[in-house]
Design a protein around this ligand. Structure first.
Ligand SMILES: Cc1cc2nc3c(=O)[nH]c(=O)nc-3n(C[C@H](O)[C@H](O)[C@H](O)COP(=O)(O)OP(=O)(O)OC[C@H]3O[C@@H](n4cnc5c(N)ncnc54)[C@H](O)[C@@H]3O)c2cc1C
Length: 417
């Protein structure tokens, strides 16, 4: 094999597509015998969808009935609009959010893998295999060692390969969790709604098959041990805090027994590469899910890596491989740091429960919503179509401390296209 990929989540499968597309022989290993259904990674941004289209995955998802949502709306607890991001205004062939269940997205990635890729399930990777100079030369499994010129660690948030390589990652867990409910017989329109509520963040959007996803911010132990008997009281409290959810009362009660409570955190590894090894996806980075960036970043990691390795024309000998891996790591880390900061700032505006941040956050949402230049810049960044940082002056415009004379038009870089 040229490449062994550990992990068949979205990151590992994206790596297999990107590297297999270069004609490399890729073996993907996953410890799970079957794909598990987890309520994470359902919104695909246009930047990632463009890459998926090149791999034939976007068509496969269309066949699977993926939904196209027109954008994001931030709302107050009564449902009144604070800010709208209309993806239709984006300069891309696919100006929408593509939505499907994580396991369906994985299924579409698998169906369309290049012929030079082999996927083996039920194989636990125990550790990295390294030569006498510490260079990674393969992986150890219970069935024996597998040798490859490049190992891709796509083994998720608690990556044992990352730990084995001694690459550090500082993870900061948010003080809250997200409770995920899958609602049935629901149609929420064609956009993602994010609610700024007294209990923090809540989010809802349609899923294929007349279903919908509802995420509600909860304390770490808020739902622990709350059985069906306690559900009514909790739902009453939710509706008190978020009157817009009153029509959902019975649907949430129906979804109670299948709810999942997920921890959320942010992280970025100190490097995305070591000799003969790269980290992709959550083994290297994580952001709060509210910004819908994690899966998209994983897909762009893989596409960027393949773009760097294309010039090697299939020759992955160590001396040739090291320089493009280092360049990719440096370039990609910068992009991921930007995604991490912008996702954290956006999330904090809604999820932070301290009175001052809540007041400033609501104000920033309204002011940003009324400022075409800032709104477009943030939407363009979130969509994964480029990176345009906000300046300290922009922050003052966002808070309404200073009026923005350019707020009524598109940013200069967008107009000059
Ligand atoms: C609540 C929530 C909502 C989210 N919503 C979105 C969203 O809307 N949009 C978005 O872009 N992102 C979203 N994300 C983030 C997204 O889910 C992750 O970024 C993405 O799933 C990471 O994929 P991954 O392949 O790195 O990891 P995983 O999906 O965790 O895959 C890792 C794989 O590695 C395998 N593995 C692990 N260890 C080994 C081993 N030793 N040997 C063999 N196999 C191994 C595992 O079995 C697994 O299949 C969300 C996250 C959460 C928590």
């Amino acid at each position: 094999m040229d490449v062994v990929v550990c992990g068949a989540g979205v990151a590992g499968l994206a790596a297999a597509h990107a590297l297999g597309g270069l004609g490399l022989r890729v073996l993907v290993l996953d410890k799970q015998r079957e794909i598990r259904s987890v309520p994470k990674g359902e919104l695909l941004q246009p930047g990632a969808t463009g890459v998926l289209a090149e791999w034939g995955v976007a068509d496969a998802l269309d066949t699977d009935g993926a939904l196209r949502l027109s954008g994001l709306v931030a709302r107050d607890p009564h449902g009144a609009v604070l800010m709208t991001m209309d993806y239709g205004a984006l300069p891309t062939e696919r100006p929408w959010l593509l939505v499907h269940d994580y396991h369906v997205i994985l299924g579409a990635l698998i169906r369309t893998l290049p012929v030079s890729v082999e996927l083996r399930r039920g194989v636990l990777v125990r550790e990295l295999v390294r030569d006498e100079r510490g260079r990674t030369t393969g992986v150890r499994t219970d069935g024996g060692d597998l040798t490859a010129a490049l190992v891709v660690a796509a083994d998720g948030v608690s990556s044992r390969l990352r730990r084995g390589a001694g690459i550090e990652v500082a993870r900061v867990d948010y003080a809250h969790r997200l409770a995920a409910f899958e609602l049935t017989d629901q149609a929420f329109g064609d956009h993602v709604s994010t609610y700024a509520t007294p209990r923090g963040l809540a989010m809802r959007y349609s899923l294929p098959g007349d279903r919908a996803r509802l995420y509600v911010q909860v304390g770490p132990d808020e739902l622990r041990g709350v059985g069906a008997g306690g559900a009514g009281g909790w739902i009453d409290g939710l509706v008190r805090d978020v009157p817009a959810f009153a029509p959902l009362r019975e649907d949430v009660a129906r979804a109670w027994s299948t709810r999942q409570v997920l921890p959320v955190g942010r992280a970025l590894a100190t490097s995305l590469t070591a000799d003969g090894l790269v980290l992709i996806g959550e083994s290297a980075h994580a952001v709060h899910p509210a910004a819908g960036q994690g899966m998209n970043s994983s897909i762009l990691d893989a596409a960027g890596l393949a773009a760097r390795l294309r010039a090697l024309d299939g020759d992955l000998s160590p001396d040739l491989l090291a320089p493009p891996l280092r360049e990719w790591s440096t370039e990609r880390r910068q992009a991921l740091a930007h995604v991490g900061t912008t996702s954290h700032n956006a999330t904090r505006m809604i999820s932070d429960l301290s009175p001052l941040v809540r007041v400033l956050g609501r104000r920033a949402l309204r002011k940003t919503g009324g400022n075409q230049r800032l709104r477009y810049t943030i939407m363009h960044n979130m969509a994964g179509l480029g990176q345009h940082s906000l300046s300290p002056l922009d922050r003052l415009h966002q808070l309404g401390v200073l009026p923005d004379p350019r707020g009524g038009r598109l940013p200069g870089w967008a107009r000059s296209r």
